[in-house]
Design a protein around this ligand. Structure first.
Ligand code: NAD
Ligand code: UDP
Length: 344
């Protein structure tokens, strides 16, 4: 199958590319490298021993998208491209609406022009907002609490409307919980450009000595040990969910939102302990005040993914930490800078 992958150079994109290539799909990656290194794509080629088309372009550039889709004529699109930092979205909401919402509208219009009717979209559990009950199932009310989450909820709505108006269209909205970990080779992984906002990359950078200590944001939540609990999902399992969603979209029309998580919650302290076991030394941490906007607990109901996608997570927290540590210790400063990798 020919698959057009926006944002394919990013963290989740690169892990998914490897599995798509292993399954024999023909790919075109469309990325502006605003939050990714071209070296990541070089490594995907090396690891897979396969090649694919690569277009440096911006989803806000409707003309560039139209040309790329018309040239490649894909059977399906996986749409990872987007900005994802909650804090930045509060400071620059218009940038987020333009990038994530306008960019997605451009993409659907270009798909229409190219006659492509299948899309798998990177949504987020953040669309649920404050939990009214747990685990979050897909019928939980949608009430995001920040501009980033609102862009995801809006794009879900846009895609649902597009699906209704487009004969035989098929869309899968994957609501990721907390993606972590790295490929077992340690050659690709998460490479945040600034100070990491998320727990796992921060822990990884403390473990490798790039940062002094972890702030644990609150230990007075109503959880097992007082620290926040989340549903961490190994990025390799998450990548597999995209292949399952592609397969599902070939046999079903319409639009489905589907959680991608393990259904298990892990607290901050539990994750730190698992990382200490993986890296073999203590991780310096202290208890800081709660981070504003944080919820105590978030984890997924997984029945819909199992039923529709025939997919379930297989890797555990030790796999997540071990793979993250391999990536972080082999690449303490992330991907190297190599401008030649941009020119293809
Ligand atoms: P990432 O930043 O590593 O990857 C996103 C990719 O999109 C990057 O390669 C970036 O360069 C590219 N991109 C961004 N804006 C673009 C634009 N205007 N035009 C072309 N390319 C553009 O992030 P990720 O963690 O791999 O996330 C992928 C998707 O999954 C995002 O849409 C994100 O919102 C969503 N998501 C991520 C998480 C998470 O915790 N990582 C959780 C839920 C949802
Ligand atoms: N967290 C923390 N220190 C950090 C980053 C995160 O204690 O430096 C906590 C955070 O309060 C939450 C959990 O780790 O309970 C997961 O946070 P993350 O930002 O990774 O994911 P999200 O809150 O978006 O689900």
């Amino acid at each position: 199958m020919k698959v057009f992958v926006t944002g394919g150079a990013g963290y989740i994109g690169t892990h998914t590319l490897l599995q798509l290539l292993a399954a024999g799909h023909e790919l075109c990656v469309f990325d502006n490298f605003s939050n990714a290194s071209p070296v990541a794509l070089t490594r995907v080629r090396q690891l897979s021993n396969r090649d694919f088309a690569q277009v440096e372009g911006d989803i806000r550039d409707a003309g560039a998208l139209h040309r790329a889709l018309a040239d490649f004529a894909p059977d399906a699109v996986i749409h990872f491209a987007g900005l994802k930092a909650v804090g930045e979205s509060n400071e620059k909401p218009l940038l987020y609406y333009e990038n994530n919402v306008t960019g997605s509208v451009n993409l659907l219009a270009a798909m229409d022009a190219a006659g492509c009717r299948r899309i798998v979209f990177s949504s987020s559990a953040t669309v649920y907002g404050e939990a009214q009950y747990l685990p979050f199932d897909e019928d939980h009310p949608i009430a995001p609490t920040n501009p980033y989450g609102r862009t995801k909820a809006m794009v879900e709505g846009v895609i649902a409307d597009w699906t209704k108006a487009t004969p035989n269209a098929s869309a899968v909205l994957l609501r990721y919980f907390n993606p972590v970990g790295a490929h077992e080779s340690g050659r690709i992984g998460e490479d945040p450009r600034d100070i990491p906002n998320n727990l796992m990359p921060f822990v990884a950078q403390v473990a490798v000595g790039r940062r002094e200590k972890l702030s644990i944001f609150g230990d007075d939540y109503d959880t097992r040990d007082g620290t926040g609990e989340r549903d961490y999902i190994h990025v390799v399992d998450l990548a597999a969910a995209h292949l399952a969603a592609l397969a599902y979209s070939a046999r079903a029309t319409g639009c489905e939102a589907i959680n991608v998580g393990t259904g298990q919650s892990i607290t901050v302290k539990e994750l730190v302990a698992a990382y200490e076991a993986a890296c073999g030394h203590a991780i310096s941490a202290y208890i800081a005040p709660r981070r504003s906007g944080d919820v105590a607990s978030s984890y997924a109901a997984t029945a819909k993914a199992e039923q529709l996608l025939k997919w379930r997570a297989e890797l555990n927290v030790n796999d997540m930490c071990a793979s993250s540590w391999l990536w972080q210790s082999d690449n303490p400063n992330g991907y190297p800078i190599d401008v030649s990798a941009r020119r293809r």
